[in-house]
Design a protein around this ligand. Structure first.
Ligand code: FAD
Length: 459
């Protein structure tokens, strides 16, 4: 006999728990199923722990630079990796406990722990139990993609998840993948004291960004002593004593790099293969992402998919926004939709890269007439005062409407400053609103109105 609920939420990522709370508070009887760690990727193996580690790495970096600021540190700066990990575990653990407690204490909500599997469009099993509901919400997230590199089954390798257990300093960390996750781990471990090599099979890092952004990020990382090999494909891996040897192919010919540890950071796959979606009739694409419409309804009436598993976003804020969209449509008669969302994200290297809207390449591809404004961080007073002048700020404006098309802020504070542009994009306001605003001195943001006064046609 199935236990009946009004709603079942599968997965406690960035959308599920808040949605469960809204549904329960609206009077529904709700079941939540989690197979592993409450809070999912962001809380346990993604944003929160990595940004906590980035903070430790920044502290080490600034300690080494102390003399630049007239500060003397007696002796060499050293990093205690056990304490770095303990700090990370404490921050992440607090968040996980809070998600779990919140759900267990939620009136009208029953928590199940185990693997959820559909057996029909209305029924899901977890352990020995069968649950049934007219409304089912899938928030199962994703995991690291493991590529088919010959020899991988013979060596130990790390992913973003197993990196969370590292409480020692890898002598030489070889990272496969020159995108967001690989770069964040790369810079942080270099700052902890590891030798770091990043292998990227494309011609540049972070290929979704403009070429000059990729080049600036590469320069920043190389200045810190990170080895970056572009146009380089891993053709095999093997054990070399305690080390891992990685065979490489590049236009220059075959070569090899040997490291003490190997981290795979070449993208994510959705956790949809073991969910029994075929039993429910829910369609997935050829990469396993669940097909959804603009309001996150799957191909089966009464089943929604939220977060990374629907392929519409790959971030905590996009998953949370999925919750907002579903809740607004179901409970508030507010027809919010995914296509209203503006692309925005940060890359948390130091200095951070804040991004919103279109890149220059995307504007050119779209054939839009646009204006561009740019300023190096060496000409930003706040950056000079802080002694952190790497990077640049760039804004793109529609030549006809004068609305912002996008922005790239690679520089100190860029992860926060980007929101000044993002909010005006949501407001569909002309850039003159910002140009005439009096920003506070001295800040990084104060230069944005100045940049807007110096716009030039994008060629
Ligand atoms: C290293 C790293 C750093 C990141 N940094 C950032 C960042 O700085 N900013 C940002 O916005 N994003 C970042 N992300 C991405 C972000 O973590 C994800 O986009 C976010 O967690 C969205 O998750 P979600 O809601 O889709 O599900 P997830 O958080 O992935 O959670 C899914 C949950 O479902 C559970 N589950 C899966 N299958 C089942 C099943 N069959 N039955 C029961 N439970 C199941 C899982 O155990 C998991 O708890 C990062 C990711 C990584 C890997």
């Amino acid at each position: 006999m199935a236990v009946s609920y009004d709603a079942i939420v599968i997965g406690t990522g960035q959308a599920g728990p808040t949605l469960a709370a809204r549904l329960a508070r609206s009077g529904m009887k709700v079941a939540v199923i989690e197979r592993k760690l409450f809070g999912g990727t962001c809380v346990n193996t993604g944003c929160i722990p990595t940004k906590t580690l980035v903070a430790s790495a920044y502290a080490a970096h600034m300690a080494r630079r102390a003399a630049d600021y007239g500060v003397t540190i007696a002796g060499a700066v050293s990093v205690d990796m056990k304490r770095v990990k303990a700090r990370k575990d404490a921050v992440s653990g607090k968040s996980r406990t809070s998600v779990e407690k919140g759900l267990r204490n939620l009136e009208g909500c029953t928590v199940y722990q185990g693997q959820a599997r559909f057996i029909s469009a209305r029924e899901v099993t977890v352990g020995a139990e069968t649950l049934a509901a007219d409304k089912i919400f899938i928030n199962v997230g994703g995991r690291a993609r493991i590529p088919a590199i010959p020899g991988l089954d013979q060596v130990n390798f790390l992913t973003n998840s197993s990196m969370m257990d590292v409480d020692f300093l890898p002598r030489h960390l070889v990272i496969v993948g020159g995108s967001y996750i690989g770069l964040e781990f790369g810079q942080m471990y270099r700052r902890f004291g590891s030798e770091v090599t990043i292998l990227e099979n494309g011609p540049r890092l972070i290929a979704h960004e403009d070429e000059d952004t990729s080049a600036a990020v590469k320069e920043i990382l190389e200045k810190e002593g990170i080895q970056i090999r572009l146009d380089t494909t891993c053709t095999g891996v093997s054990k070399r004593g305690e080390d891992v040897a990685v065979s490489l192919a590049s236009p220059a010919g075959p070569s090899e790099v040997t490291g003490s540890h190997l981290l795979l950071a070449i993208g994510r796959v959705p956790n949809t293969g073991d969910l029994g979606l075929d039993k429910a009739g829910v369609m997935v694409d050829d990469q396993g992402f669940i097909g959804v419409d603009d309001q996150l309804r799957t191909t089966v009436h009464g089943i929604w998919a939220l977060g990374d598993c629907n392929g519409k976003g790959a971030f905590t804020h996009t998953s949370y926004n999925d919750y907002e969209i579903v809740a607004a449509n179901l409970l508030d008669h507010d027809p919010r939709k995914v296509s209203d969302r503006i692309t925005a994200y940060n890359l948390y290297i130091d200095p951070p890269l804040g991004r919103c809207g279109m890149t220059k390449a995307a504007v050119r591809r779209a054939g839009k007439r646009a204006l561009v404004g740019r300023r190096p961080m060496t000409r930003v007073a706040r950056a000079i005062e802080k002694g952190e002048t790497e990077g640049f700020m760039e804004v793109l404006v529609d030549a006809e409407t004068r609305q912002f098309l996008g922005a790239t802020i690679l520089g100190v504070g860029g992860d926060e400053v980007i929101h000044t542009v993002l909010d005006l994009m949501y407001a569909k306001a002309p850039c003159t609103v910002m140009q005439r605003a009096v920003h506070i001195h001295p800040t990084v943001s104060e230069l944005l109105p100045t940049i807007l006064g110096e716009l030039k046609p994008l060629t």
